[in-house]
Design a protein around this ligand. Structure first.
Ligand SMILES: Cc1cc2nc3c(=O)[nH]c(=O)nc-3n(C[C@H](O)[C@H](O)[C@H](O)COP(=O)(O)OP(=O)(O)OC[C@H]3O[C@@H](n4cnc5c(N)ncnc54)[C@H](O)[C@@H]3O)c2cc1C
Length: 252
């Protein structure tokens, strides 16, 4: 497997297809991020090479039924022996309902890595990451990766959710903002509480709050449910982001 990053700063096409393989994994850590949203750390039986932003299929069998669903890796590819995932429980969901019964120490199958939602090319432009809900997952992995690799241009993260307690990894993003002056994080709440003094509404209606001067110099990565992704994409095109500079991952 060729690791692409030596080209990262000199403008080559850095995205190489990683081999898709099956792994046996153990759930090492389960943490509640909010009501019905969990952070999972799963330990693989061997190292996995992947690009930040890719996803894996989680697989398990129960009572003769096989369950499979894709989940974005929210950790950096510098950690190869375990993967971090951010998963929302869907009411009556065929996969997430049995997944919620899993405990630390349980086994799960992993197939991957897959997908091309990655920071692929040269770091010539500023990066704009926009996510809603669990759509933050691949963006967190990409941002961590860019920071680890010393990305110097600007990086913006717009994270939308209904309530403040569902802004996952808030402390982490705030910390990154303090430490890296080229990283700006803004949270947007669509149903804020009475004491909320920050930005509200939908993410697409708040892109102007980031202070971006030239949208044609921005490469954007959007992740979330279909409707949100389409609305944000239209807004960014309207603002002047080039169509070829918009990359999306839709969760359905
Ligand atoms: C490439 C890719 C990466 C993904 N990464 C993640 C991830 O990192 N974290 C994550 O939580 N999910 C992610 N998903 C979505 C995930 O694969 C499942 O679709 C989701 O967990 C629901 O599975 P389920 O079987 O429990 O629900 P299902 O039984 O498949 O769905 C039940 C019903 O709920 C609706 N529904 C499905 N998902 C949601 C949702 N998120 N919110 C509200 N309603 C929903 C469906 O349309 C359906 O009507 C990703 C999807 C794709 C395609």
């Amino acid at each position: 497997v060729i690791r692409a990053y030596p080209n990262f700063f000199i403008g080559g096409n850095v995205f190489y297809k990683m081999a898709i393989e099956n792994y046996n994994a153990t759930i090492k850590l389960i943490k509640d991020l909010a009501e019905n949203a969990r952070f999972f750390e799963i330990e693989l039986d061997r190292e996995m090479e992947f690009n930040a932003g890719q996803f894996v299929n989680l697989v398990f069998e129960e009572e003769g039924r096989k369950f499979v669903r894709p989940y974005s890796i929210c950790s950096s590819p510098s950690i190869k022996k375990s993967l971090e995932l951010t998963i929302g429980l869907v009411e009556g969901g065929e996969f997430t309902s049995p997944l919620w019964k899993k405990e630390e120490g349980d086994s799960v199958g992993v197939k991957g890595p897959m997908g091309g939602f990655c920071v692929k090319e040269t770091f010539a432009k500023d990066l704009l990451f926009i996510g809603a809900g669990t759509g933050i997952a691949p963006l967190r992995g990409m941002i961590k990766d860019c920071i680890e690799r010393g990305f110097k241009a600007k990086m913006y993260l717009l994270f939308g959710e209904r309530h403040e307690d569902r802004i996952f990894f808030e402390d982490e993003f705030e910390g990154m903002m303090e430490e890296h002056e080229n990283f700006k994080f803004l949270k947007i709440l669509s149903k804020p509480g009475d004491n909320w003094e920050g930005s509200n509404g939908y993410v697409q209606d708040n892109v102007d709050k980031l202070g971006i001067e030239d949208f044609s110099n921005v490469r954007a990565y959007i992740c979330g449910r279909n409707g949100m992704v389409d609305s944000v994409r239209s807004k960014l095109l309207e603002k002047g982001v080039l169509a070829g500079d918009i990359f999306v991952e839709k969760y359905g």
